[in-house]
Design a protein around this ligand. Structure first.
Ligand code: NAD
Ligand code: DAU
Length: 359
């Protein structure tokens, strides 16, 4: 596929106070001084403005607390900021929560995306900006589950298995429809499991680190042999910037770093790395491992083929897993206050102090 050369001047990032969105903004602003960034985030339990202290005073950055489902708010931001690119991270993102309460997943991930698409369409068609991109941040989970072999390519049929992945698939199909029906310049990327700083400790890797520090059990679902393909969040952020600028409208890119691990092997690795850092005896942390009932509909294996992205847009991951996981563990050890804040919910007070309203 040919490539594009797009230089955004005003970006609307949704969900920029979450894990991947904040890592993206913290990278993008210093590297792109000519581009303004507006972060629209509802500050759900997963959104934390402390992730963005590095950019909060930067004149190129503006935070707006609000919901992607608020069409008049979205329309006002698009018009007043002359937004020429929307990157849509905002979502309910945790599979386990989608099993116990799927409704908010449909509301945010499907309906919220449709509202954002519709306001983006009106703004793009109003001709206020000369070029425009709508960029949907999707997931490899839309492809369903793999057996022992094979990889997800961009042509793999969509076959989601959880309410979370079904809602993300619904959003992807709406994005596709806006491109096909209205010719709207959309892009979709689908990434594998991320890890790194600011990852909410309900997800496997930060949960393991937090529980080891607190000497709590380490829950391993089922037989622990499900496979995930891990990518450092900063490599994902770099890939998103590369795709935003280089992808042709209507294109889809997979993002991944060929880094498959069985869950139990990741659990053992994190235990062992923390034995050393906490001055424990080899094997001490592994005693915390507790096999628990499996997640219903638990996808067995994910593995991404990112060769299209590597060939066409010349992206490759900068982190090896060895350096990335060691750096991540050290980040969590150095930022235990952040973990305590997000697990207690007290970080929501920070909004009031910074912005004078209620989070
Ligand atoms: P996250 O849960 O850490 O953050 C989500 C953010 O969206 C939070 O800041 C939250 O406050 C905000 N948000 C939620 N509902 C909102 C609404 N209605 N209006 C405005 N803001 C709202 O999620 P994440 O892990 O950073 O994931 C970001 C995106 O990347 C998601 O779309 C997710 O599906 C996708 N993704 C995640 C991974 C991963 O490994 N975490 C991998 C591939 C794709
Ligand atoms: O693949 C991309 C997806 O990765 C993203 O779209 C999701 O937003 C993101 O949450 C992540 O989904 P997973 O379900 O793969 O991530 P999670 O960290 O919840 O689980 C990783 C694996 O570890 C999975 O096989 C389930 C298992 N697990 C998870 C938890 C929280 C456990 O064994 N024990 C646990 O306590």
């Amino acid at each position: 596929m040919p490539v594009s050369s797009f230089a955004p001047t005003a970006l609307l990032v949704t969900g920029g106070a979450g894990f991947i969105g904040s890592n993206f903004i913290n990278r993008f602003i210093p590297l792109n001084p000519g581009c303004r960034v507006v972060n629209l985030d509802a500050l759900t339990y997963a959104g934390n403005l402390k992730n963005l202290t590095a950019v909060e005073k930067n004149p190129a950055y503006r935070f707006v607390k609000g919901n992607i489902g608020d069409s008049s708010l979205v329309a006002a931001i698009l018009a007043e900021e002359k937004i020429d690119a929307v990157i849509h991270f905002a979502a309910e993102s945790h599979v386990d929560r989608s099993i116990s309460g799927p409704e908010i997943f449909v509301r945010t991930n499907v309906l919220g995306t449709q509202i954002l698409l519709e306001e983006s369409r009106k703004h793009w068609q109003s001709g206020q900006v000369s070029e425009f991109r709508y960029y949907q941040i999707s997931t490899d989970e839309v492809y369903g589950s793999l057996g022992e072999t094979g990889y997800f390519t961009e042509e793999t049929p969509l076959a989601p298995n959880s309410p979370y992945s079904a809602s993300k698939t619904g959003a992807d199909l709406l994005v596709r429809a806006y491109n096909e029906t209205f010719g709207m310049p959309t892009i979709i990327s689908r990434c594998s499991n991320n890890y790194g700083p600011y990852h909410f400790p309900e997800k496997l890797i930060p949960l393991l680190i937090a529980n080891i520090i607190a000497k709590k059990p380490l829950p391993v679902y089922g037989d622990g042999k499900n496979v995930r393909d891990w990518l450092h969040v900063k490599d994902h952020a770099a890939a998103i910037e590369c795709i935003l600028k280089g992808a042709m409208p209507g294109s889809v890119y997979n993002i991944g770093g060929n880094n498959e691990w069985k869950n139990i092997d990741i659990v053992n690795l994190v235990c062992d790395l923390l034995d050393v850092r906490l001055g424990l005896k080899p094997g001490d942390n592994r005693k915390l491992i507790t096999f628990v009932k499996d997640r219903p509909g638990h996808d067995r294996r994910y593995a991404i083929d990112a060769s299209r992205l590597k060939a066409e847009l010349v992206w490759s991951p900068a982190y090896t897993f060895e350096t990335g996981i060691a750096e991540t563990i050290d980040w969590y050890l150095a930022n235990q206050e952040w973990v305590a804040d997000v697990t207690s919910g007290s970080y929501l007070d920070y909004y009031q102090k910074q912005y004078g309203g209620k989070a």
